[in-house]
Design a protein. Structure first.
Lengths: 303, 255
């Protein structure tokens, strides 16, 4: 028997496999394909203080081994999340984290404070890295002082697990990670999408209504892996790795680079049952390598 | 309930320069009940095709446990599908979305443009089973683009328009005589095809107080309402084409 349990500070995961916000809805969408209770955790759709309609269609472009999206945080708002969605999903026996976003520090704080009151939500993922909104989002995550300011302000009102999701669209991601660690983050997750663009040359127009969008999928994996490695070297808090993870081998690579847990995003679109396969694959790897606990993988890269 | 099943390609029939009908064998378990207008997200293993491809269910044979897909070769993914050898495994996520509703009248017109004819065969079969004789109006660029007309004719009358006049009435579907009468002899329009065509039909339906069910072909990623990429503006704001559609009552859309 191998032990798949990992700890992210106070947060206990039955295995290191979580799902990435914006790719997994509220978990319910995947119930026909996955036993949600078997996952380490799910991070539900980015939630804001007020409802958001998101950006205009088209919001998606397929790219080589990946995709661009420009959804723009379409969501029902935190109040409807609490009154309509939370009562449906609180039954899941896994860690449900809410991804929290906002246009101002005050919006982040107010949303986080409301979610703090929910018994079955043991943590939030602070989204300071969404590239698809005009105000807020990535603007907070690409400068160190603003990343620190929003993290500290949320920390003051939020007393459960505070994960901060970092943007890769920066010169030095380790510096931002150190900043949010100093501001009270319990963990960091990375990477959010890479800012990208697609052009329809026949029409001579951008494919996305917003011109630019966020790149995800297998294409971003090497960049994500490098950033997880750099951040894990720099901070003491746990690192949650994501970016193009499509199978157990990818997941293990992120843990070897220093991630304590990982998130699966775009791969869920190609195989909605991929998460359980990755859990089984990690278990198989540990058995083959005669390791007794998945925690032995963390940072076990031999350089 | 949605399923993720492997099918075996048992037949691949080229219809025209760019249309191929794939017959997929399921089983051993029975196929789930499907509604015409629903679709499948088909896994494609080809360089340059990362996401699944959403394709309408073209026809279903529950007894033989077979599903037919009408594939138009428009890019890397669809060309990879039509190039598959017989016996290949095709993984499908299905049945997805909301299909066409049954009419409250027996007078129906099914209007397909281009690849939009795909779901109308399954719909015609379903209507016929419910005691309604379908009539089809099919529009293409040229006669060479007409696909499987015999299969449609088995179910009901087939009318045709072509842009170059090489078959049927010259022009678009809206130019066909059946659309030109003062009082249309149908109460429901079911349509799938280019959005420009469907918008014209929706306008026509409004003018004559008809019901009009349109099937959208928005680009999508997940197919199950998780990614929110395929939205369309409706009376209730942005809705996912993959779960709230692909079939919508035209009056519900912001057209």
């Amino acid at each position: 028997m191998v032990d798949l349990k990992v700890k992210l500070g106070s947060l206990e995961l039955q295995n290191p496999v979580m799902t990435a916000s914006g790719t997994y809805g509220y978990g319910e969408e995947y119930e026909d394909f996955v036993d949600i209770n078997r996952l380490g955790g799910i991070v539900v759709k980015g939630t804001t203080l007020h409802p958001r309609q998101g950006n205009d269609y088209p919001r998606m472009a397929e790219t080589p081994m990946g995709m661009l999206n420009a959804v723009g945080l379409q969501n029902v708002g935190v109040d409807r999340f609490i009154s309509e969605i939370y009562p449906r999903i609180k039954k899941y026996r896994t860690n449900i984290l809410v991804n929290v976003s906002g246009s101002t520090v005050e919006e982040y704080v107010e949303t986080a404070a409301k979610i703090n009151a929910l018994d079955h939500i043991p943590g939030i993922e602070l989204n300071i890295s969404c590239p698809n909104v005009k105000e807020g989002g990535m603007a907070f995550g690409t400068s160190c002082p603003s990343a620190i300011a929003v993290t500290a302000a949320v920390r003051a009102v939020y007393n459960k697990h505070l994960m901060v999701k970092l943007s890769p669209n920066v010169t030095n991601i380790a510096e931002i990670a150190l900043g949010v660690e100093s501001a009270g983050a319990d963990s960091v997750s990375l990477i959010n999408t890479l800012l990208g663009m697609a052009i329809d040359v026949e029409q001579r127009r951008p494919v996305l209504s917003t011109i630019t969008g966020g790149l995800s999928g297998a294409a971003v994996k090497p960049v994500a892996l490098r950033m997880v490695w750099q951040v894990a070297q720099a901070v003491k808090i746990p690192v949650v790795g994501m970016g193009g993870i499509s199978n157990a081998e990818d997941a293990i690579a992120f843990m070897l680079a220093g991630a304590s847990a990982i998130q699966i995003g775009t791969a869920n679109f190609i195989d909605p049952g991929v998460t359980e396969k990755i859990i089984a694959g990690i278990e198989d790897y540990l058995l083959r390598h005669k390791m007794s606990s998945v925690t032995e993988l963390k940072g076990a890269l031999q350089v | 309930m949605k399923y993720l099943h492997d099918f075996t390609l048992v037949n691949s029939e080229r219809q025209t320069d760019d249309f191929v009908v794939l017959t997929l064998q399921g089983g051993p378990e029975a196929l789930p009940e499907m509604t015409p207008g629903q679709f499948a997200e088909v896994r494609v293993d080809a360089p340059g095709a990362y996401l699944r491809r959403p394709l309408s269910i073209h026809d279903v044979d529950y007894d033989k446990q077979q599903i037919k897909l009408l594939v138009q070769e428009v890019g890397t993914g669809t060309r990879a599908l039509t190039a598959l050898a017989l016996g290949s495994t095709i993984n499908m996520l299905y049945p997805l979305g909301k299909g066409y509703a049954l009419p409250d009248s027996k007078r129906v017109l099914l209007v397909g443009g281009g690849c939009g004819v795909a779901p109308l065969l399954f719909l015609g079969r379903h209507l016929k089973k419910n005691g309604i004789t379908p009539r089809f109006l099919i529009g293409t660029r040229t006669a060479a683009g007409l696909v499987r007309l015999d299969a449609y004719r088995e179910l009901g009358e087939v009318m045709v328009t072509t842009e170059d006049g090489s078959a049927g009435t010259k022009g678009y579907v809206i130019h066909h005589p059946v659309m030109k009468t003062e009082t249309p002899d149908f109460d429901w329009i079911y349509t799938c095809g280019p959005e420009a065509m469907m918008r014209i039909l929706a306008k026509y339906a409004n003018k004559h107080a008809l019901s009009c069910q349109v099937s959208l072909e928005n680009h999508m990623a997940c197919g199950i309402g998780a990614c929110l990429c395929c939205i369309t503006p409706t009376k209730d704001g942005h809705k996912c084409t993959c779960t709230d559609g692909p079939v919508f009552d035209s009056k519900y859309l912001q057209w």
